[in-house]
Design a protein around this ligand. Structure first.
Ligand SMILES: [Zn+2]
Length: 255
């Protein structure tokens, strides 16, 4: 069974007009497919309606809500108002429980994201405690003294390598080798000297990228910062307060 759940008529300054119909179809399997169809109202003879890809495999009302928001912003642009209760009523005509979940979609998605973060946090903490003694062992020979790069104080070699290893464990199941960790974190500062500008210390940092995105190793504390995957111009904040930019410089406000 297929039902139109939202209609939107729009036009432009040149006098063209069109209508979008967003439909939801319930398949025999119980899952839903969301699709949109454009009809041209005022157009040139040679104009063809636009096509957008349907979203299939939707199960819960909040999944449909998320897909609906994405589809509406694709076809109508951002900031288009729709009456959520009206749309939810249409969804409920196909299945009442799904309609109710659609209506509370935003809240349900937030709760889901919260649960996922919580689970991830618990897993990370378990992994960190499992590797605690291994990290101590790997870094046992390193100095505990804070170091200076020019006039800037940075964390001790031991603390930086430990922080680096922990940041790896937040994304990977295994620790890198001791050689890798030492090279990535400690061999770096021999080649760099900081510059001071308007109360900020600026250091080059080692840029790294992997499947989790692009980023680098904070030269002040050793944490491996990850920026958004594939974003070309990014800035990322490190847990120590440093800011890593996409040009390869790490900025830290002087106290
Ligand atoms: Zn840092």
């Amino acid at each position: 069974m297929k039902k139109v759940i939202f209609e939107y008529v729009d036009g432009n300054m040149a006098g063209y007009e069109w209508r979008w119909e967003v439909s939801l179809e319930r398949l025999d399997s119980g899952s839903f497919t969301l699709s949109a169809e454009q009809t041209l109202i005022e157009a040139d003879d040679f104009d063809e309606p636009l096509e957008v890809n349907p979203v299939s495999g939707l199960v819960l009302g909040e999944d449909i809500f998320e897909a609906f928001q994405g589809l509406v912003s694709e076809i109508c642009g951002d900031g288009v108002d729709f009456d959520l209760e009206d749309v939810a009523k249409n969804v409920a005509a196909l299945d009442s429980a799904t309609g109710r979940r659609f209506l509370h979609g935003e809240e349900l998605l937030e709760q889901r994201a919260f649960r996922e973060r919580k689970t991830e946090q618990i897993e990370t903490e378990a992994r960190l405690s499992r590797f605690k003694s291994k990290i101590e062992e790997l870094t046992s020979g390193l100095s505990d003294e804070a170091e200076k790069l020019g006039t800037t104080e940075i964390r001790s070699p031991k603390e930086r390598v430990q922080t680096y290893l922990k940041s790896r464990l937040m994304r990977f199941e295994e620790l890198p080798s001791k050689e890798t960790a030492f090279t990535e974190v400690l061999a770096w500062d021999e080649n760099v000297s900081p510059s001071i500008q308007d109360g900020w210390t600026i250091l080059k940092y080692r840029q790294t990228s992997d499947i989790h995105g692009t980023g680098g190793i904070c030269p002040y504390c050793g944490f491996e910062v990850r920026a958004k995957p594939l974003a070309s111009r990014w800035n990322a904040n490190c847990q120590c307060g440093a800011n890593l930019d996409y040009l390869g410089q790490a900025h830290l406000k002087n106290e």
